[in-house]
Design a protein around this ligand. Structure first.
Ligand SMILES: Cc1cc2nc3c(=O)[nH]c(=O)nc-3n(C[C@H](O)[C@H](O)[C@H](O)COP(=O)(O)OP(=O)(O)OC[C@H]3O[C@@H](n4cnc5c(N)ncnc54)[C@H](O)[C@@H]3O)c2cc1C
Length: 457
């Protein structure tokens, strides 16, 4: 980046344009340690007009722009592999409009999901998409994120109604709207949702909201055999049981949670966490039906948690699985995988994966939003041990390839970033060329997060 360009950034953004090594280093990577790329500058935008001005400038000078939310992405998404500007959106954090009547709201991209939910609680509403990190709504839209609630309420794909986007040339466009459905033209909202900052910068998001349920019940159950836990999940879903969340933790993951989150009363056995939403009698009926099903699969220790503090403890432990895995293997890093397969293939895919982990000799706790056929392995490895890192990467590759072979996807929710570009051809075939054509049409200078998502030809 030349000195004249730096001076222009300073003139436009003052001290909100920084060239400090510490800030650039902080913005050079996401949660996945392996993938780094130092930006030449970090800019904190405060309005859509500022984002447009920055993009016009970068477009004219062909300087790369990497949008940055909280940097919680796991596959090298925010590494500035070709330098340029890391555009931090966390100061665009205003909640612009909430409608309890329409069950929707409009927020700036830097609002985080916890901030939004804290604001909505008083209105008896909540935003359902809940990745384990307190990510920005802009980052979540950009990665098409989901979480434990997706089985009932959907992912960002279903929950984003419309967007404001700044195109690479600095034009401001609005996509979608507030209507619950529309047949008017191409669905640009869904094009930008999941585009990982490669097509433009999302500055505002219109999302669906849900009413807080009248009653909530959480239950847990343990199994001697992993296969029985999986059987319980698939049968529950196939029989249409009304479940808001259903999460599977294998015996290694629950050991990590017992230790890290001080969970009491659990054995080191495959474990299911359930949540039911509805009327007080409805949730009891649903939990009762679930208990009967789990017992039929030799489940034991079926327990309910109705008090908010007990429920919070369990879900906090679930959301902290990633950190608990690090506690289990001190000094090692967590290479988190993320695969998703059709429910009909889930049992076979996950059983094969468990066998693969055993043969690899690596510590790799398994946890999953299994209601969607989505699971993660936290492959623990010492980044300074080249052999172990290669073995970890090979295991991650086999998980991705297996998911595709079973008719699924190499990423259910974390996205592609840098690390998973190698699977895009196997998963998409000739459709990859259509994606490349869209990228070329919308970002001909290739300034938006270059080197990500789409593999080079
Ligand atoms: C402990 C832990 C648990 C997690 N659990 C889950 C989970 O359950 N489900 C899940 O889906 N993910 C999960 N993740 C991954 C991560 O939280 C999500 O990918 C999240 O959506 C990223 O949001 P962010 O604000 O941190 O975005 P960042 O990491 O800052 O950016 C992610 C990508 O989006 C782009 N981007 C960011 N903001 C914008 C914008 N305004 N406009 C255009 N592009 C933008 C970036 O360029 C980048 O490509 C987890 C991560 C951690 C560390």
């Amino acid at each position: 980046m030349n000195e004249t360009f730096k001076d222009t950034l300073l003139a436009l953004f003052g001290e909100r344009a920084s060239f400090s090594t510490a800030l650039r280093e902080q913005h050079s990577h996401g949660e996945g340690y392996m993938f780094r790329g130092m930006p030449d500058a970090v800019v904190f935008a405060e309005s859509v007009e500022e984002v447009a001005a920055l993009l016009k400038l970068c477009h004219a000078e062909r300087v790369p722009v990497v949008p940055f939310g909280t940097g919680s992405s796991l596959e090298g998404h925010v590494a500035a592999v070709r330098g340029g500007v890391s555009l931090d959106l966390t100061r665009m954090n205003r909640i612009l409009q909430v409608s309890a009547e329409a069950l929707d709201c409009r927020v700036e991209a830097g609002v985080t999901r916890e901030q939004l939910n804290a604001d909505l609680r008083a209105e008896g509403l909540f935003f359902s998409v809940d990745p384990g990190a307190d990510a920005t709504i802009g980052g979540m839209a950009a990665t098409r994120a989901s979480g434990t609630n997706a089985v009932r309420y959907g992912t960002m794909r279903e929950n984003v109604l419309g967007l404001t986007v700044v195109t690479p040339a600095g034009e401001v466009i609005r996509t979608g709207g507030r209507a619950r459905k529309s047949s008017a033209g191409l669905d640009l909202t869904r094009l930008y949702v999941g585009s990982e900052g490669t097509l433009g910068v999302i500055t505002e998001i219109q999302v669906r909201l849900q009413g807080l349920p009248e009653a909530v019940m959480v239950a847990t159950c343990q199994f001697d055999r992993f296969e029985d836990a999986v059987g319980t999940v698939t049968t529950a879903l196939q029989s249409g049981l009304r479940i808001a969340r259903i999460e599977l933790l294998d015996e290694v993951q629950i050991r990590a949670c017992i230790g890290y989150s001080k969970l009491e009363g659990f054995d080191e056995k495959p474990t299911l966490f359930f949540e039911f939403h509805g009327s007080p009698s409805g949730v009891r009926e649903d939990a009762q039906a679930m208990e009967e099903l789990a017992l039929a699969f030799n489940g034991s220790r079926f327990r309910h948690a109705e008090r908010p503090e007990d429920r919070t403890l369990l879900w906090k432990a679930r959301h902290n699985c990633y950190h608990a895995s690090k506690w289990l293997a001190p000094g090692k890093d967590n290479m988190g995988t993320d695969a998703c397969v059709p429910l009909s293939e889930f049992a076979a895919c996950i059983t094969e994966t468990k066998e693969d982990v055993r043969e690899s000799g690596l510590i790799a706790p398994l946890v999953g939003h299994v209601g969607d056929g989505n699971f993660h392995l936290g492959i623990m490895h010492d980044p300074n041990d080249a052999d172990e890192t290669v073995r970890a990467d090979a295991l991650a590759a086999r998980v991705a390839e297996r998911a595709i072979r079973y008719g699924g996807t190499c990423s259910g929710e974390h996205g592609i970033g840098l690390h998973k570009r190698q699977y895009m051809a196997a998963e998409h075939g000739a459709a990859l060329d259509v994606m490349r054509a869209i990228k070329q049409a919308l970002d001909p200078m290739n300034i938006m997060n270059p080197g990500k998502m789409l593999p080079e030809n």
